[in-house]
Design a protein around this ligand. Structure first.
Ligand code: AP5
Length: 187
């Protein structure tokens, strides 16, 4: 199974992605996690990305494309993957298609769209800010991330709908309930 998780910030991509890893036995590739690890490690890439991430904007396409290409080329990704946070705009989606061809891998099978209303997202992320203090979980930055999602990422649904790959799942409810909905929708 080669799937993309698509949803607004805080819609549960990371949380459900972890559960899908266990269920399907495939790796999760999260550009957000990779970027945060680079920031924490103080690498040049992390230094380049930090201010953009803290402002709730998308980092440059070439940076995230490099991360994904390197990870998709590893042997464990040959049997499938869960992409969390990539692609995030149409240019990235087009690059992903050609990247998979170049790597000799089949195309993305399914795009799971996690639908969650903005007010629930803001509530979740402010709660996470209280517990974990993630740098971009500040209310003004959360609102900016939602704006960026609506402008840049949400249109990707049309890109993948044209390929008949989108399943939309209600992302509100207990974690297990949402997970069961995803697995059922994937068939
Ligand atoms: P990224 O890490 O991808 O962040 P995001 O899209 O803003 O998503 P989050 O990680 O905040 O939320 P999520 O949907 O994974 O939900 P989660 O499971 O964590 O990206 C961060 C930044 O990196 C971007 O802003 C950008 O700068 C850069 N970046 C990353 N990828 C990029 C790309 N491709 N191109 C360019 N830039 C890129 O859950 C959120 C919270 O809600 C958690 O506390 C969780 O416990 C809780 N929760 C989850 N599910 C439920 C539920 N059902 N009920 C109640 N609470 C729940």
């Amino acid at each position: 199974m080669r799937m993309v998780l698509l949803g607004a910030p805080g819609s549960g991509k990371g949380t459900q992605g972890e559960k899908l890893v266990g269920h399907y036995g495939i790796p999760k590739i999260s550009t957000g996690d990779a970027l945060r690890a680079a920031v924490a490690a103080g690498t040049e890439l992390g230094r380049k990305a930090k201010a953009t991430m803290d402002a709730g904007q998308l980092v440059a396409d070439d940076i995230v494309i490099g991360i994904v290409e390197e990870r998709l080329g590893q042997p464990d990704a040959r049997k499938g993957f869960v992409l969390d946070g990539f692609p995030r705009n149409t240019a990235q989606a087009q690059v992903l298609d050609t990247m998979l061809q170049r790597l000799g891998q089949p195309a993305v099978d399914k795009v799971v769209h996690l639908a969650v209303a903005d007010e629930e997202i803001i509530k979740r992320l402010l709660e996470r800010a209280r517990k974990e203090g993630r740098a971009d979980d500040k209310e003004d930055v959360i609102r900016r991330r939602i704006e960026v999602y609506n402008a840049e990422t949400h249109p990707l649904l049309d890109y993948y709908r044209a390929q008949n790959k989108v399943v939309t799942v209600d992302g509100v409810g207990e974690l297990e309930t949402v997970f069961d909905r995803i697995v059922k929708a994937l068939g």
